[in-house]
Design a binder for this molecule. Structure first.
Ligand code: SF4
Length: 367
């Protein structure tokens, strides 16, 4: 995992392999292709080219970052797949994906941001047990560069990740129907394209997305204008005029910055664990509900029902309270795993060494 990354929404990056094939207009000026096939000289791009697994030493880095994060008591976000697409449809990548899943399991202090342009493959390539109950340290993200690719948002929701994010980058056009696809989306990232061939992004394509996010309470992250900016004309090398008269200036990514209407928008979803810990602090008796993120009733018809992620969040919180009643004071929400059984929902207490033991069964206990 790279120690630092220039990406505003992640602390580090990790690539299980390098290489990919273009799949949609967002890929047209793929920086990864330019870097890997150009500067690094690796012939790993295209449908028939092999992919290159990253080195064994490189694969040890996430363990280091996990230990550091645990020591600091502060979770880190890792962007997985800046030089590849982890859901690429190639069966020869399955063994590497399996290793990646093991790595994710063994690094619970890292939130793994799996960003793909092929979200329809999550249900095929994730381990079967994860398809309906993925680990809480995986955030699923997909790129939606234009209205033609809004179907990816729906495909992403087929797996109940704790965070579903849309990476609207590079934003290539106005997206008037985006609102129809924002249900169950917990994070929206917007950015313009960078590089010599970059396509300009109109300010009024971005503003409605921001306003929608504010209306819906979705964290909005404006990563960058990219190569072209509506501001800073004094350093412009070139200009581009949209039909409505807005002039964009080629100033380069760094000069363009990321101010939108005079301020930065660098919002993140509230990580599940923090939500839980805050909720725990707020609860003093078993009967009181946490106020944030969990507003629905959770005990239905004498048993728990896993209705949506918010309920799952509450269930975990509630189990922590039950655990306290059992004299287990240091139970960490991340140590809990949910599992289904025929007559209800089993809750398993998972220890960090990977062993699981039955802890609580829904049919036997109620508020
Ligand atoms: S999916 Fe990502 S890595 Fe692959 S070609 Fe497209 S932009 Fe590049």
């Amino acid at each position: 995992m790279s120690e630092t990354t220039g990406i505003s929404w992640a602390h580090s990056t990790f690539n299980p392999w390098m290489g990919c094939v273009n799949v949609s207009p967002a890929c047209e000026h793929c920086y990864a292709e330019a870097l890997v096939t150009g500067s690094m000289g690796l012939p790993v791009w295209g449908r028939d080219a092999p992919r290159r697994r990253t080195s064994t030493r490189y694969w040890t880095q996430p363990y280091f970052w996990n230990r550091e994060a645990e020591k600091e008591g502060k979770r880190r976000r890792g962007f997985c797949g800046s030089l590849c697409d982890v859901m690429e449809d190639r069966r020869d990548l399955d063994p590497i994906r399996l290793d990646l899943y093991r790595l994710i399991e063994h690094t619970p202090w890292l939130d793994w941001l799996l960003l793909t342009k092929r979200p329809q493959n999550f249900r095929r390539f994730l381990p079967e047990a994860w398809r309906d109950n993925p680990p809480a340290n995986i955030w699923g993200l997909t790129t939606v560069e234009s209205s033609d690719y809004l179907w990816r948002a729906e495909a992403l929701k087929a797996v109940p990740f704790v965070v579903h994010g849309l990476s609207i980058e590079p934003l290539l056009e106005d997206m008037p129907t985006l609102a129809d696809h924002l249900a169950d989306i917990e994070w929206v990232i917007v950015g313009g394209e960078s590089g010599e061939e970059a396509r300009p992004m109109h300010r009024d394509w971005v503003r409605p997305i921001r306003d929608l996010c504010i209306d819906r309470g979705i964290p909005f992250h404006f990563k960058q204008w990219g190569e072209w900016s509506p501001n800073a004309p004094e350093v412009a090398r070139e200009q581009y005029r949209f039909e409505d008269g807005l002039v964009m200036h080629r100033v380069g990514k760094h000069a363009a910055g990321r101010l939108l209407d005079g301020r930065e928008w660098l919002e993140f979803p509230q990580p599940l664990m923090e939500t839980l810990l805050h909720s725990l602090d707020a609860i003093t008796t078993r009967g009181s509900l946490p106020s944030r993120g969990c507003s629905e009733p959770v005990f239905l018809n004498g048993r728990f029902e896993l209705l949506d992620r918010r309920l799952r969040c509450f269930q975990l919180t509630w189990v922590c309270l039950v655990a306290r009643d059992f004299g287990i004071d240091n139970l960490h929400p991340k140590q809990l795993v949910l599992g289904h059984s025929e007559d209800g929902l089993d809750l398993l207490w998972s220890q960090l060494d990977g062993r699981h033991q039955p802890f609580y069964h829904s049919s036997g206990l109620g508020p």
